[in-house]
Design a protein around this ligand. Structure first.
Ligand code: F6P
Length: 330
């Protein structure tokens, strides 16, 4: 259903953040606002993600409204996981609110669920460009999403500290990272923090194999054994830690869930650059009449990928990284 003629020039856009917050979302909003104004567009922010869109919670944004937010974690527009956006009612109301306000295009910053919401609005005739923002890095088609690098740095710093205490007590530690269905953060952080093993939902192993890894680390003369475990791993971390602690493996075992700490904090330089480039690219795409695309980083380039090719797919785990990480931790 086309509500707007494809040739109609874009005069105004709105931007929203949706799903789990990620460091760098503010930097992306700032880029959209300032690039939009540079292009002569009127720019609005939508508060509370798709929920705010359905309710018509728009605020006009000028250049100074986004001053000082580049270095802030979270999202000043706030975010939400909207179940209504998955319904025909929610999608219809969202389109209606945009039309009522005279807004010609929308930029959606979020993860895979948010890209599905963006595509649903495109199917209703709204011009939408997505920007991938989630610490999980599970969005298909982009090397990185806004927020991933900061989260990895947070995990790395935490594991460096955990190793100090683990080595002092000759302990094994299970460290839980976020990622309900995706082991990306666990695999990458295992490599950058020298962990002995990554446990990921994509490739579960037996408790015996995990126990063997712990005992092997002890036999190799290590004073600690760190296992990074993705949130979506089929065995709950506390249960696994208890089982390992009760076995005679050389180490006693403790566990820690890094949880929401991973989602906060000031974005790294990488995330600020990525967010700024993607925000700018999203405005370029929408103001040149393009729609139904997501900005993606492939190599050093930022490109626009069709949302139809992204939604419903997940970025696969890199076998190469898993392999390297396993070898380097011995
Ligand atoms: O989508 C990002 C994420 O942090 C996941 O890794 C995690 O499973 C989920 O959000 C937690 O969601 P909520 O913030 O709704 O508890």
């Amino acid at each position: 259903m086309e509500l707007m003629e494809p040739e109609t020039p874009i005069r105004s856009i709105a931007v929203l953040t949706s799903g789990g917050d990620a460091p760098g979302m503010n930097a992306a909003i700032r880029a959209v606002v300032r690039a939009g104004i540079y292009k002569g567009l009127k720019v609005y922010g939508v508060q509370d993600g798709f929920k705010g869109l359905i309710n018509g919670d728009f605020v006009p944004l000028g250049r100074r409204d986004v001053s000082g937010i580049l270095s802030h974690g979270g999202t000043f527009l706030r975010t939400d996981r909207s179940s209504e956006m998955k319904t025909p009612y929610g999608q219809r109301e969202a389109v209606r609110q945009l039309n009522n306000e005279g807004i010609d295009g929308l930029i959606v910053i979020g993860g895979d669920g948010s890209m599905a919401g963006a595509k649903a609005l495109c199917d209703e005739g709204t011009r939408v460009i997505g920007i991938p923002g989630t610490i999980d890095n599970d969005v298909w088609g982009t090397d990185s999403c806004v927020g991933v690098d900061t989260a990895l740095n947070t995990i790395m710093e935490a594991v460096d500290k955990i190793r100090d205490t683990a080595a002092s007590h000759t302990r094994a530690f299970l460290v839980q990272t976020m990622g309900r269905e995706c082991g990306y953060l666990a695999v990458q952080s295992a490599m950058i923090s020298g962990a002995e093993m990554a446990l990921i939902p994509e490739d579960p192993v037996s408790v015996e194999e995990i126990a063997q890894t712990v005992e092997n680390a002890y036999k190799r003369g290590k004073r600690h054994c760190i296992i990074i475990m993705a949130e979506g791993y089929p065995i709950p971390m506390v249960d696994l830690a208890k089982q390992l602690d009760e076995m005679d493996l050389g180490f006693t075992t403790r566990s820690i869930n890094l949880s929401y700490v991973q989602r906060g904090g000031s974005p790294t330089s990488f995330d600020r650059i990525l967010a700024s480039r993607m925000g700018y690219a999203a405005v370029e795409l929408i103001s040149s009449g393009q729609t139904s695309l997501m900005t993606a980083m492939q190599g050093r380039e930022i490109i626009g990928l069709p949302l139809i090719d992204i939604v419903g797919k997940h970025r696969p785990i890199s076998e190469e990284y898993l392999h390297i990480s396993n070898i380097l931790s011995r």
